[in-house]
Design a protein around this ligand. Sequence first.
Ligand SMILES: [Zn+2]
Length: 276
Amino acid sequence: MPELPEVETVRRGLNQLIKGAKISDINIRYDKIIVGSTTDFKQQLIGATIVEVSRRAKYLLFHFDNNLTMISHLRMEGKYQVRDSQSEFDKHVHVIFCLEDGRFLGYRDVRKFGKMQLVDRSTEMQVKSIAALGPEPLTPQYTLASLQQGLQKKKKSIKATLLDQHVVSGLGNIYVDEVLWRAKIHPEEPANKVTTAQITDLYPIINDEIKTAIAAGGTTIRSYVDATGHQGNFQLQLNVYKQEGNPCSRCGTPIEKIKVAGRGTHFCPHCQVLNQ
Ligand SMILES: [Zn+2]
């Protein structure tokens, strides 16, 4: 699943490739990717120019010169490809934006879980899924106090809390496992039982993890490739994710894999123990 650093890498790639491009036609092969009427979607975007692609957590926001924003959520497997010919797209490319300069922007999604929604730019932050997102790492809104206050209110596990995007947004399964290992917090620890000292450790680690991952261009777990076709190279730096059986780089204890919040969860049973 693409996480914040991967989506950020895709955003940067898209801005390099398609900023300023004008949509001349849209070919929708699978209607359910589009939220609402596909006819309206096409009518409103054909003739529009992509001004910029921005991001909020794991959502890409395509801004057009007609004050519309296309909110694109990649979900499990979505990705964008830019090609010179439509025939270069395989059967998993479900939406194709034909660009006036002769190129094509394809949205590929094997599992078809991704969504595209067109809204007025002035209302983009009020769209339910985006409005519910917590502060994002590396922004002024994400503070030690916001993290502390958010965690105090949650009785579920710290892993589930960090995954649900309300306290802090942008962390998915890989980075939650990594930051909890670095901060020595057991993934099943109830969020409101995480100590002040642990939260104080965790706060900058979340920023650092995201910053490092963005700098490295995201991870290559599963099928992630950025818009320019480059693979990220962050997997070399993973300490616990998919490392079950390997020795913890801090203490040598084999990393274990358990299920928390319905997700495969990797941790060191020696470094990460439950409080109390
Ligand atoms: Zn350890």
